[in-house]
Design a binder for this molecule. Structure first.
Ligand code: HEM
Length: 395
């Protein structure tokens, strides 16, 4: 038993002291409101992500009729599936995400980044709404071949759909998620029909026409896979850009270090460290399939765990001076991208777009600084900022 209160809505500003206490005093703790065993230490989180005695079990929301649009997107999502379904879908979806293809996107991502930065007023702008929230959406929409004029609602739809992943949500949030899922699916059905007849050089066309040993994606699988890629393609990257820039602006010496380093290795290390330091995704769930021991307790089939990625990434047992931002940290075994069979499919793309975003912000400014205190989004699961007011003095 522990007297540590785990109330997600009160962990929005600074969850780290609570995480530290959990790791110390209650590394496995029962959370009554959600029916989850919370797991706080890096060793356990990393191990359980890889352990096949646990896995994802999608529990459709009830009543089924009301939640049908939301359930459709999730019950065929590879994020929610286990082998053999997961293996099959992941193979089909992973094809276009080869490191070579992703590396080939660099030039285009630089162009998109510069287009966005050309539009801001450097003497004062909101980094989130005018830059960080736009770049990853543009990148993933372009990769999937969503025409420009249809991109506007992508982020609001996604925000509403994933709001059901929060540990606490109300009926209004649920209805907004259902409506967004229905509208998103209608748009995707149209796009899929178009790409069936007129394939382009984009990822959606590749998925529509994917054929691995005579196997293809069904309509439901196509819609769910496209929705997953489009949503996962920006939800976390947006917040890493925001969290990362704020972490640097609040530590001028680290910002200067990154400016001076200016080589690809230093930037790659910095991106990993920024993901570790203020992780954009706080918790992922698994269900126990076979008895498994965690911190001296045997969890039985059917019990569920909540793996606290943000806590694992600040564990002193795994990271020297875990609460310090060390841009050249190596090794850096953070679990920000997960681990095991669900390891983030988009990690190479995320790394690239975050690196380009930081590179271009630095290259285009002699000075970049906060002009007001940044404000957090009211979300535990998706840790990020709502507003980050900055100004830049052009280079
Ligand atoms: C910094 C940005 C990102 C972070 C921190 C992140 C993190 C994660 C994590 C932790 C998981 C595993 C969830 C679990 O184990 O249950 C995951 C899965 C996934 N991510 Fe990302 N992600 C990022 C960006 C992206 C991007 C840009 C894409 C683009 C397509 C993407 C696509 C996916 C997909 C498809 C999965 C499901 C993989 C599977 O279940 O096999 N992610 N991501």
């Amino acid at each position: 038993m522990t007297d540590i209160t785990f109330d997600p809505s009160r962990l929005v500003d600074d969850p780290y002291p609570t995480y530290a206490r959990l790791r110390d005093e209650a590394p496995l703790t029962w959370h009554d409101t959600t029916g989850l065993w919370l797991v706080a230490r890096h060793h356990d989180v990393d191990r359980l992500l890889r352990d096949r005695r646990l896995g994802r079990v999608f529990v459709p929301y009830e009543p089924r009729e009301r939640f049908a649009p939301w359930n459709l997107l999730n019950e065929h999502s590879l994020l929610e599936l286990e082998p053999p379904e997961h293996t099959r879908l992941r193979r089909l979806a992973a094809r276009p995400f080869t490191p070579r293809r992703i590396a080939g996107l660099r030039g285009r991502i630089v162009e998109l980044t510069d287009e966005l930065l050309d539009r801001v007023d450097p003497t004062g702008f909101d980094l989130m709404t005018e830059f960080a929230e736009l770049l990853p959406v543009e990148v993933i929409a372009e990769l999937l071949g969503v025409p420009r004029e249809l991109r506007g609602p992508l982020r609001p739809w996604s925000n509403r759909i994933v709001a059901l992943y929060e540990l606490d949500h109300d009926d209004r949030t649920a209805q907004a998620a259902i409506d967004a899922a229905a509208e998103f699916t209608a748009m995707l059905d149209e796009l899929i029909a178009w790409r069936r007849d007129a394939p382009g050089d984009d990822l959606l066309s590749a998925l529509v026409h994917a054929d691995v040993d005579g196997d293809a994606l069904s309509r439901d699988e196509l819609v769910a896979t496209a929705a997953l890629l489009l949503n996962a393609g920006h939800e976390a990257s947006v917040n890493v850009i925001g969290n990362g820039v704020v972490a640097l602006l609040e530590r001028r010496a680290r910002l200067a270090e990154l400016r001076d380093a200016a080589d690809a290795d230093a930037m790659a290390d910095a991106v990993e460290e920024l993901i570790r330091f203020d992780s954009p995704l706080s918790l992922f769930q698994r269900t126990v399939f076979e008895p498994v021991e965690v911190v001296g307790r045997v969890l039985e089939p059917g019990e569920r765990v909540g793996l606290l990625l943000g806590s694992a990434n600040r564990d002193e047992e795994a990271f020297d001076r875990a609460d310090t931002l060390k841009l050249r940290r190596s090794p850096n075994p953070h679990v920000g991208f997960g681990a095991g069979i669900h390891y983030c499919l988009g990690a190479p793309l995320a790394r690239l777009e975050i690196a380009v975003a930081l590179e271009r912000l630095l290259a285009r400014s002699d000075v970049i600084e906060l002009v007001d205190a940044p404000t957090r989004r009211a979300s535990f699961q998706f840790r990020g900022y709502r507003r980050v007011p900055v100004r830049m003095v052009a280079a």
